[in-house]
Design a protein around this ligand. Structure first.
Ligand code: MN
Length: 213
């Protein structure tokens, strides 16, 4: 079994004007595809690992042979992070522009308001030096946590469950926004798929609760 690039759930221009079509196409067909190819290449000499799901590889990097551990961490992370990213974006839609259900309640109770939560996410995205991601994750004690990771690291490698992430590599925004990362990060809030993100949160809670029993 090899890892595959999932289908993009919308067209390259669907997130315009917030994310331009050229960036989307390059990001998906070159960057994400590159991570998938490099991951499969790294795993090709380890048939036993090729049966592992991407989540299992990234949660147990210590069990991956040292000779390919960095390649799996970087390219497996790149594949997993971008798969989450595409699924948690959607064309701007006023009926899908805020958290709902359990996630809405958890954000209000932990951050005071969605607006505070957004500010903290933006701050995590802007303070990441160089390339990386800002995340909303469910941590080991089942609380929401905002954090950033370097490169293509994912919170799953630290025992957390990623709810959604903002890609702050320059390849995600440079063509349209150049050095203005703050403009890109603010713009992306117009195209977050809160239905999907809220569902990912509910599923993560169910999974976490099952693991504890
Ligand atoms: Mn990217």
């Amino acid at each position: 079994m090899s890892h595959e690039l999932g289908k993009l759930p919308y067209s390259y221009d669907a997130l315009e004007p917030y994310i331009d079509a050229q960036t989307m196409e390059l990001h998906y067909t070159k960057h994400h595809q590159g991570y998938v190819n490099n991951l499969n290449n790294a795993l090709s000499k380890n048939p036993e690992l090729s049966k592992w799901k991407i989540e299992d590889l990234l949660s147990h990097l210590d069990r991956v042979p040292e000779s390919i551990r960095s390649a799996v961490r970087n390219n497996g992370g790149g594949h997993y992070n971008h798969s989450i990213f595409w699924s948690t974006l959607a064309p701007a839609n006023s009926s899908n522009n805020a958290p709902s259900g359990n996630l809405c309640d958890a954000i209000d109770s932990q951050f005071g308001s969605f607006s505070n939560c957004k500010d903290q996410l933006c701050s995590a995205a802007l303070s990441r030096f160089g390339s990386g991601w800002a995340w909303l994750a469910l941590n080991k004690v089942n609380r929401l946590e905002i954090l950033s990771t370097a490169n293509q690291d994912n919170p799953i490698s630290d025992g957390m469950c990623p709810i959604f992430g903002i890609d702050v590599w320059e390849h995600a925004y440079y063509l349209k926004y150049q050095n203005r990362r703050a403009d890109y990060v603010n713009a992306i809030f117009n195209v977050l798929n809160w239905k999907e993100i809220s569902e990912r949160y509910s599923n993560a809670c169910v999974l976490a609760s099952a693991l504890r029993h």
